[in-house]
Design a protein around this ligand. Structure first.
Ligand code: SF4
Length: 76
């Protein structure tokens, strides 16, 4: 799954690196490096990272900010 981090928004809080260390890593104090094509099995961790980012800098395919996860019960 593809993801993008808006590095203009990212403040280097490292929440994402803590929650999904296979996808995100801090490089130095403030710069973030990440895998823009995360493995599907990272989905859950990635969802937590998306939700935890204090500045909502992470966007991932098929994942919205948690709390806004839209899974229509009728399968739409
Ligand atoms: S949690 Fe958000 S602000 Fe913090 S390093 Fe990750 S993307 Fe940047």
């Amino acid at each position: 799954m593809r993801l993008v981090v808006d590095l203009n928004k990212c403040q280097g809080y490292a929440q994402c690196a803590f929650l999904a260390p296979d996808v995100f890593a801090m490089h130095g104090e403030e710069s973030l490096i990440y895998n823009p094509r995360a493995e599907e099995e990272q989905r859950e961790r990635l969802a937590r990272a998306v939700a935890a980012c204090p500045v909502q800098a992470i966007t991932a395919d098929g994942l919205d900010r948690v709390g806004e996860v839209r899974e229509a019960p009728d399968g739409r």
